[in-house]
Design a protein around this ligand. Structure first.
Ligand code: HCB
Length: 211
């Protein structure tokens, strides 16, 4: 059943073995939605990996292997996601990870899910300087910016981008969404972001609501 399939996927991520992840994901592909597999299987496993790493039960090379397996699995699952075809996109989104931060798994999942839900998405990658966010928003005339940060040390990068948007006179025309493990609703309120997205489905729903 669904629970068993998802647990097998999460366990495979926790085992940090790419082959087990591929096998478990392929087993579930026909039966479960790609987004369900990503959020409740792969991401759930990755959360556990994070906790084990924090407790010193797993080491960085393991985390890297789990991350690589997860990235590959998400790429495969993207093929299964039906893109909601519409004449006009729901909105234009620039999504990236702040400067100094190479964590991009969660950010990329959010980009994929937004795209699959009918948004036009420009994923500008990871370790991106604040000014590059602004330049891209201007270039593609985006009305939403998604800003990911996974470390307490890089979290202030989200605030920097909001400040630059204000300076450029673009703040009122841009919905600002922040995400990443150390971000919270309280942090989002403090820096004046419009959306705090705890995960990719929330990111999609809240973005739809704001536009
Ligand atoms: Co990394 N790392 N890491 N790491 N890493 C964390 C983030 C720590 C919390 C682990 C720990 O020590 N407790 C920690 C940060 C501590 C802090 O806050 N200061 C940490 C550290 C310290 C580091 C290094 C410095 C380690 C080192 O080299 N000594 C180094 C960073 C180098 C750098 O960035 N300059 C590093 C490296 C790595 C990798 C490369 C091994 C790997 C990343 C691979 C990659 O991303 N391509 C990695 C990983 C995988 C993690 C953990 C284990 C998991 C992160 C993850 O992918 N989660 C993480 C532990 C944790 O987060 N608790 C650990 C799964 C995804 C699905 O969740 O939260 O990223 P997510 O995304 C969600 C959600 O936040 C939201 O939706 C997503 C989908 O549901 N969201 C958005 C995210 N972005 C959004 C954008 C939007 O627009 C909207 C919503």
């Amino acid at each position: 059943d669904r629970e068993a399939l998802l647990k097998e996927i999460a366990d495979a991520i926790i085992s940090c073995k790419k082959d087990s992840v591929t096998e478990a994901v392929n087993k579930a592909r026909g039966d479960l939605e790609a987004s369900d597999i990503i959020e409740n299987g792969l991401a759930a496993g990755m959360n556990e990996v994070g906790m084990k790493f924090e407790r010193g039960k797993l080491f960085l090379p393991h985390v890297m292997m789990a991350a690589e397996a997860m990235t590959d699995a998400v790429k495969t699952l993207e093929e299964d996601m039906p893109t909601e075809q519409r004449g006009k996109p729901l909105g234009v989104v620039v999504n990236g990870t702040v400067e100094g931060d190479v964590h991009d798994i969660g950010k990329s999942i959010v980009s994929t899910m937004l795209q699959a839900s009918g948004f036009e998405v420009y994923d500008i990658g990871r370790d991106v300087p604040a000014q590059d966010f602004i330049d891209k928003i201007k270039e593609v005339n985006a009305n939403v910016v998604g800003i990911s940060a996974l470390m307490t040390t890089t979290l202030p990068g989200q605030k920097d981008i909001i400040e630059l948007l204000k300076e450029a006179g673009m703040r009122d025309d841009t919905v600002v969404m922040v995400g990443g493990a150390p971000a919270t609703q309280a942090w989002a309120d403090k820096i004046g972001a419009d959306i705090y997205a705890e995960n990719a489905s929330i990111a999609v729903n809240k973005t739809k609501e704001k536009l």
